[in-house]
Design a protein around this ligand. Structure first.
Ligand code: KG4
Ligand code: ZN
Length: 339
């Protein structure tokens, strides 16, 4: 079954063709980073307009790269939640029109299920249940993934996401958007021990909080008056974020007793995070799956892979499929844990 995936929930217009839920035949991503860079963050109205301009060219490119003809596409999967409402609407309207014109089934996909599916796109035989550390610009969450359909949240951020913290701190430091890659590059030349930034909630439960870290950085910048190098500040900030993510991820792995940790979302492209996760996983005898960068940041292959689970089971959504700006992953109840 060849599935066309469509992703427009934030600032990437993406289309992909995935065969049988795991084989990527094409994965085209048109990034809007240059459009939003001058504003230091995503401007929702501009994002929607650019999705409108780019959606069809990106879909056509994905079909061409897949070497398949339109009649060989058997279903469409589109991100319909959560995300920027206007941006989601563009993808969902496009998917509905194509599904109707091609007479193929269509399903709406939760964006975070897409990120989770990047685990089995990277490693088709990934062992369930696994723990997913989901770290992106909009989310920071520990998810227990029971199988390809059933997942529960073990804890999420109380305020800012890790990627959001990178982005806001980079902005305060005068580094370009998106902040994660900019801080990562700068940090490679700095000392991670130069500034003892706080490690919020490090030894408490499975929730996160990054807004205090951002405040600590802004306070440091104003008191420091430009004496400390950008590289040292970047390395110290990255060290604080990475330590919290690694600590909590392995606390969750121990709590639920799984053998596999998968990392997903844009922040999973961070080199230092990958290095520390792999090192700790080796120490603990835990299997660690980290997707390649193209599958970490937003892309439509992960949406096609997540949608394939329902399409292969014969399910479909109607042309009344709605867009939803927010929909949290259900929290784990103790009864569910015992199953
Ligand atoms: O998953 P994603 O593309 O979009 C959302 O669903 O949010 O994640 C984007 C986030 C941004 O906050 C960006 O700064 C961060 O991922 N990011 C990184 C790196 N690459 C992207 N953060 C740290 N290091 C990176 N190399
Ligand atoms: Zn995302």
């Amino acid at each position: 079954m060849n599935i066309l995936g469509i992703e427009t929930s934030c600032d990437e217009t993406s289309a992909a063709v995935v065969a049988d839920g795991v084989t990527i035949r094409s994965n085209v991503v048109a990034s809007q980073i240059p459009l939003h860079q001058r504003w230091g963050g995503v401007v929702p109205e501009l994002a929607s307009r650019q999705h409108i301009e780019r959606l069809l060219p990106v879909v056509i490119e994905a079909l061409e790269q897949s070497s398949l003809d339109l009649p060989e596409i058997n279903g469409i999967a589109v991100t319909n939640r959560p995300g920027l409402l206007g941006a989601l609407l563009v993808g969902v309207c496009g998917a509905k029109s194509l599904a109707w014109a091609m007479s193929v089934p269509m399903v709406g996909v939760h964006h975070l299920d897409g990120h989770i599916a990047s685990a089995w796109l990277t490693e088709p035989d990934v062992e369930f249940p696994f723990l997913c550390l989901l770290v992106s610009g909009g989310h920071t969450e520990l998810v227990l993934v029971m199988d390809r359909r059933k997942r529960f949240s073990l804890g999420r951020t109380r305020d800012d996401a890790a990627g959001e913290c990178f982005d806001k701190c980079a902005r305060a430091m005068g580094l370009p958007y998106p902040g994660g890659p900019a801080i990562g590059k700068s940090a490679a030349f700095g000392s991670p021990n130069r500034i003892p930034f706080p490690r919020p909630l490090l030894n408490e439960g499975l929730e996160f909080s990054f807004s205090g870290l951002k405040t600590a950085l802004i306070r440091f910048l104003s008191e420091d008056g430009g004496k400390t190098s950008v590289e040292d500040i970047a390395a110290s900030l990255q060290a604080a974020i990475v330590e919290v993510l690694v600590e909590k991820a392995f606390r969750a792995v121990k709590t639920v007793g799984v053998n596999t940790l998968c990392v997903a979302g844009g922040v999973a492209a961070n080199q230092e995070l990958k290095r520390q996760l792999m090192a700790r996983a080796n120490q603990m005898g835990v299997r660690c799956v980290i997707p390649p960068p193209i599958l970490c940041t937003d892309n439509a292959a992960m949406i096609a892979a997540a949608g394939a689970v329902r399409l292969l089971a014969g399910e479909r959504d109607s042309l009344h499929l709605d867009t939803i700006p927010g929909e949290p992953i259900p929290q784990l109840e103790t009864a569910e844990l015992r199953r």
